[in-house]
Design a protein around this ligand. Sequence first.
Ligand SMILES: [Zn+2]
Length: 456
Amino acid sequence: MTPPTTSDLVVTGGTVVSHDGRRRQDIAIRDGRIVAVGDDLAAAGVPTVDATGLLVLPGLVDMHVHLREPGMTEKEDFASGTSAAAAGGVTTVVDMPNTKPPVATAERFRQKLDLVKNKAYVDFGLYGMLDHDNDHEIAAMAELGAMGFKLFMGQTTGDNRCPNDAAIFRGLEAAAAAGLVVGVHAENDHLLRMFGDRLQACGRRDPRAHLDGRPDFVEVEAVTRIITMATEAKTELHIHHLSSAAGLQRVMDLRARGHRVTVEALVSHLFLDEDAYDTYGNLIKLNPPIRPAADVEALWAGIGRGDVDIIATDHAPHTADEQKEDDVWKAYGGFIGVETMLPLLLTAAAQGKLTVEDIVRLCSYTPAQRWSMSTKGQISAGFDADFVLVDPTAEFVLDQTSLHSKHNVTPYNEWPLTGAVVATYLRGNLIFEKGEVIGAPAGRQVIPARTPLATH
Ligand SMILES: [Zn+2]
């Protein structure tokens, strides 16, 4: 019988960074799984990857991407979006359900899975939607491997209708019974519409009107309401793209009273503030909006204290033409980001704003733990051999034409960055190196190892 440490690939000479430290170690891999991490694992006849001088990070897990399939493939699709992920060191993406049609029934979930399953260059999870009347579909979507359920309390791209509070509560109960996380876009839809109408009536058309129409209390109100309901329904709750100092303070206050919730910050909310409206216009229209510098600083402080659990991208592509729209009310929300997350965060690490260990914790370890991805997020024996080789000292100027999405318009174009993705491996296979995505799409669906919370 083959001894358990026999390997078919060994990564040598690199510094392995985990969520809680770093060590110069080799990694032995067999059949796409890590079988050992330790000293001097190279063996005669076994191929090696020389990672000398490089950092080896667990592949990033981006909990928040919109790959636009089905229905909006003029913006992005699973092949292009997951190519961008591979190039960005992201080996697992979780795709959002606000497609055309929305993924709000088991039938549509199955259709989406069939549509995308052979197109992905990285592993992927799929969110179902929690809509205005689909609590009876939640259990069946869970059976098909839904990673969790997205609840849009505020309007966004796609055909989704925001559920009222009764529908939200029924959905929260159904998700709790299925043992899955509900991820929420927490903004009060009625208030957003009212403020938007007022600004339009005043004749505002400029990019900054988007910020003025989404004051932070709109987020505070929605955060308070959804945490209150999720606690009552015993639902595992995650707040996507929390954007304001006041919103984060409210989460901290509610946690101090015993409410349990995880919080995500977006890369865009960490690297852009309201001055960016002057430079980039409607390209940086995002829901929730890019906010004043004080909010950005509050999110960074929350990362420093551990109050922000996860960083994600909200990779939300639109066509290059759509992103030229001058009228803020017609402009689309969101822009690409899955390929630029790691270089931006490495640049922040080079500047001392966080550590590479923090990046691993926020972008890999914690998302994998939170969504019960039992083989993701760590470089340890038994885990999938998903890893990224990083040169933390490489300095370069970002050129958006080198990116891998269908439309590569990004506010970070021409930004000087420090820290580059050298190569990305998915289950032991090289999928990206030297600017090129390599091989055929081999990504698989990731299914959460869920534990039903209720017994009825
Ligand atoms: Zn989103």
